[in-house]
Design a protein around this ligand. Structure first.
Ligand SMILES: Nc1nc2c(c(=O)[nH]1)N[C@H]1C(S)=C(S)[C@@H](COP(=O)(O)OP(=O)(O)OC[C@H]3O[C@@H](n4cnc5c(=O)[nH]c(N)nc54)[C@H](O)[C@@H]3O)O[C@H]1N2
Ligand SMILES: Nc1nc2c(c(=O)[nH]1)N[C@H]1C(S)=C(S)[C@@H](COP(=O)(O)OP(=O)(O)OC[C@H]3O[C@@H](n4cnc5c(=O)[nH]c(N)nc54)[C@H](O)[C@@H]3O)O[C@H]1N2
Ligand SMILES: [Mo]
Length: 771
């Protein structure tokens, strides 16, 4: 592990540092040879879909697209290490629970199904059939199917997700909390009523034609490195790239393309952003409002700025939005955004000057109290100049997990549309449950109330990814049974119910052999492209099952077992050949006609996106301008409060360069200059002085939330950083204990993990400098 230090990073994103990152990732996993071969198959037409992120690939047939963090994700799965029965025999669960998240995952791939034995406080091997029978017994004993909870994380393939939602609905509940509840749910909630689709409207091709690309609250250098290639090309042909971010993210500033021999040889780098607006945390709604106010004023002054024909033919609500913008004082917009009137006008001017514009956004927009309203404002901005449904223009919510969008398409949704349920009834001949189920936060509440008694997770790390860590742990521990389908050991396996199972599954990179031969699965990326993914490595252990096989065997055991509801679905037959599952997907979802044939074409196909055809599947039949007031309970207001005799800060929680969500690859955050440590808080130097502390001081963070509960996270090192005053940044998941369960977005269940009111107190306790 690297030495602890803070060093300002001056290089570009990518470059030699990224290549070294890959080499280290492979070496650390003892996977240099196999890993390197595996990497060459990522995102190839006959290879597997990179498990790293949901950014699309150029038709899935370019030469190997280099991506440092994709390589780390692949190496993590292709590791030579094994967390087998010997590991579990060596350690009690109490001992395992004392280890760090990093240590747990670092033990390697899970090899055997394991069951918790309370008497010895150890996990011991269990046969697959016995495991399924145990789960079935618990599920069939519940007085009400709504007492069972079925979580999904977004790596799950379309085929597994489809079978999963079918099984769970045949069983009788819509309790589908999903990682997207914590992620891009506000994007769907905002866009669906406004433009009739809850997904992005652009394709990669639009990135080659846009005159301006606006990036709100997203850090592509770390989280979507392949996006930098698109941005670099756009920059080189003269497009404007405008970033809005409270932090000066390296990947948004300069990029050295590891695939460009010239840039690597000369240490040259392409600038990324032409404009960088370092706004306040949570200030985006006001900033976009300022841009739109400028656009409107310029229309009055010089004319020809708005796309009047588009507005007349395709939209409703323009007058109400215009009146609201005219009435908004610049002073309010300045105070809330943290930008000057001139800056907002400048951004508005770039927008006016662009023939076509794309707006991208990420977690910096979705994890706030006002995220839904902010996203609707971003769409308003696009609508003003007809930047939807034409080349080079559109909305681009940049998704996280590689198949999180596909899982939703397949019906992993706690509030399923009636049309889906009707279709399931028609195709499968059962009566699906109609009552909405619980989302992630509601699932935690259900468990806490004792009415969520069986918790099943298809992937992910629920115990670490969710808010209010102590409440979540209490909730999980109250369950009769917790089950995790996983590739690696993680926190959720050691914070468990009275009975507990770990079910090890194949990863994306591995060959999936069924009775009908080697199988591929399908995934959908951030731009609605659906394609095949087939692994190339032998499985990490002979005992692994694929996710579709696990779901099918569980369904057969539960629905067909004692006390089960019965099922007409031929579960075992379906997983012999995943083409059969795709045939059923085709029968349930209209957009999947000829699924097997279309997905067999290299590169796959794009799902229909009505908004990108200017067909508006909304109540009014048009796209809607939706005005929103600048919120008054924002971070800038908080900053004037004092609690415990000190000022209230707004903390954003974010990813370092060396992690994949709760999976910690290493302790470095290269682009932000942090090495060998993760318990740091980025803070403005002026705020350090105002607190009477010094750079590097150890502090404790305490949430300001008036529900009588104390939430704290102790022992973080202050790091002086280029961040607005009154704002703090720190890493997730270390800071999740600070996020109150009741702090969710308006109009979506998303925890507001980029907007946590906290106070900073000098660290109480000994040995603060003991790292
Ligand atoms: N290597 C790697 N790749 C990943 C992941 C990973 O953990 N590691 N995670 C995957 C997943 S599930 C997701 S959802 C995506 C996440 O990818 P991102 O959306 O990039 O997520 P974050 O790193 O949480 O932070 C986003 C950015 O928002 C900024 N920000 C915070 N608050 C605000 C605000 O109020 N306004 C604005 N304008 N900006 C703000 C932060 O400074 C940060 O730069 O990446 C996916 N890809
Ligand atoms: N404070 C704070 N909290 C956040 C966020 C934040 O920015 N700040 N971000 C939120 C976001 S955007 C998201 S998406 C969630 C992520 O929440 P999750 O999706 O629940 O978490 P991950 O860390 O991605 O899950 C990692 C685990 O997935 C398992 N895994 C990996 N590959 C596979 C596979 O192929 N199959 C199966 N079955 N399991 C596999 C491994 O066992 C690994 O330990 O966290 C959210 N929580
Ligand atoms: Mo995510």
């Amino acid at each position: 592990m690297s030495e602890q230090k803070i060093a300002f990073y001056t290089g570009p994103a990518g470059g030699w540092g990224a290549l070294r990152g890959v080499a280290n990732a492979l070496l650390k996993q003892d996977a240099a040879v196999k890993g390197a071969k595996t990497l060459l198959s990522a995102n190839q037409p006959d290879g597997f879909d990179c498990p790293g992120c949901a950014w699309p690939d150029r038709n899935h047939h370019s030469t190997f697209e280099f991506c440092e963090n994709g390589a780390k994700a692949v190496a993590a799965e292709a590791t030579a290490r094994r967390a087998g029965p010997a590991l579990f025999a060596r350690h009690t669960v109490r001992e395992l629970a004392r280890q760090s998240d990093f240590w747990l995952e670092d033990q390697g791939r899970l090899t055997h199904p394991m069951a918790y034995d309370a008497a010895s406080d150890r996990y011991a091997p269990i046969a697959w059939d016995a495991a399924f029978a145990l789960i079935a017994r618990h599920l069939n004993a519940l007085p009400d199917p709504d007492e069972a909870i079925f979580y999904t994380s977004g790596r799950t393939s379309n085929e597994a997700a489809f079978l999963y939602q079918l099984f769970v609905r045949e069983y009788g509940t819509n309790n589908f909390p999903d990682c997207s509840n914590m992620c891009h749910e506000p994007s769907g909630a905002a866009m669906k009523p406004q433009i009739g689709v809850g997904k992005g409207t652009v394709t990669l091709d639009d990135f080659t034609r846009a005159d301006a690309i606006f990036i709100f609250g997203q850090n592509p250098g770390t989280n979507h490195p392949r996006m930098l290639g698109e941005l670099r090309a756009a920059h080189q042909r003269g497009a404007r790239i405008v970033s809005f971010n409270p932090l000066r993210e390296r990947g948004l500033q300069r990029f050295q393309d590891p695939q460009s021999k010239l840039e690597m040889a000369t240490l040259g780098a392409t600038p990324i952003s032409t404009h960088y607006f370092q706004l306040r945390v949570g200030g985006d709604l006001a900033a976009v409002k300022g841009m739109m106010k400028h656009v409107l004023e310029q229309e009055a002054a010089r004319g020809g700025v708005l796309d009047r024909a588009f507005i007349a033919e395709h939209t409703t609500g323009f007058e109400a939005l215009a009146a609201d913008l005219r009435a908004e004082p610049w002073a309010v917009l300045e105070a809330e955004s943290g930008l000057t009137e001139q800056q907002m006008r400048g951004a508005g001017e770039v927008y006016i000057g662009a023939g076509s514009a794309i707006v991208c956004w990420g977690m910096g927009i979705t994890q706030h109290p006002h995220s839904v309203a902010t996203i609707q404002m971003l769409v308003n901005l696009l609508l003003l100049r007809g930047n939807l449904g034409r080349p080079g223009a559109g909305a681009c919510p940049v998704r996280g997990h590689s198949n999180v969008q596909g899982d939703r398409t397949m019906g992993i949704w706690e509030k399923p549309p009636a049309a889906l349920l009707d279709r399931l009834r028609q195709v499968f001949g059962f009566e699906p449950p109609r009552a909405p189920g619980v989302d992630t936060v509601e699932a935690i509440r259900l468990m806490l109330a004792g009415r969520g008694r069986v918790f099943f997770a298809l992937g992910g790390n629920f115990a670490a990814a969710t808010p209010d860590t102590h409440e979540t742990w209490k909730a999980l521990r109250q369950c009769d049974l917790t089950v995790h389908v996983a590739t690696k050991l993680n926190r959720s396996h050691v914070v468990h119910g009275r009975a507990a199972l770990i079910l090890p599954c194949l990863g994306r990179t591995e060959i999936d052999l069924q009775a009908g031969g080697a199988q591929g699965v399908t995934v959908e990326d951030s731009m609605s492209m659906v394609h095949l993914s087939a692994g190339i490595n032998p499985p990490a252990s002979g005992h692994l099952l694929s996710e579709p096989a696990i779901v099918a065997r569980l369904a057969a055991a539960t629905l067909g077992g004692p006390g089960g509801r019965g099922s007409k679905t031929p579960w075992p037959w379906l997983v012999e050949d995943y083409g059969r599952i795709r045939d059923l997907i085709e029968r349930v979802f209209d957009d999947f006609e000829d699924f097997n044939a279309r997905v067999a074409v290299p590169g796959g196909f794009r799902l229909r996106n009505t908004a990108s055809e200017r067909v508006w599947a909304t109540a009014s039949g048009k796209a809607g301008f939706v005005p929103h007031a600048v919120p008054r309970d924002t971070p800038s207001h908080r900053a004037r409060q004092r609690v415990r005799g000190t000022v209230v800060f707004t903390l954003l929680t974010t990813r370092s360069h060396d992690q994949y969500n709760t999976t910690i690859y290493g302790m470095d955050d290269r682009y932000r200059g942090v090495f060998g440590q993760r318990r740091v808080v980025f803070i403005h130097p002026g705020d350090i002085r105002a607190l009477g502390l010094r750079d590097g001081a150890w502090v404790d963070l305490v949430t300001v939330w008036d529900d009588g509960q104390e939430r704290r996270a102790d022992r973080f090192r202050l790091v002086a950083y280029d961040i607005p005053r009154g704002n703090l940044a720190a890493y997730y998941p270390e800071t999740n204990p600070l996020v109150p369960l009741s702090a969710t977005a308006l109009g979506a269940g998303t925890p507001t993990s980029k907007s946590i009111p906290v106070v900073v107190l000098p660290h109480q306790g000994a040995a603060a400098d003991g790292a």
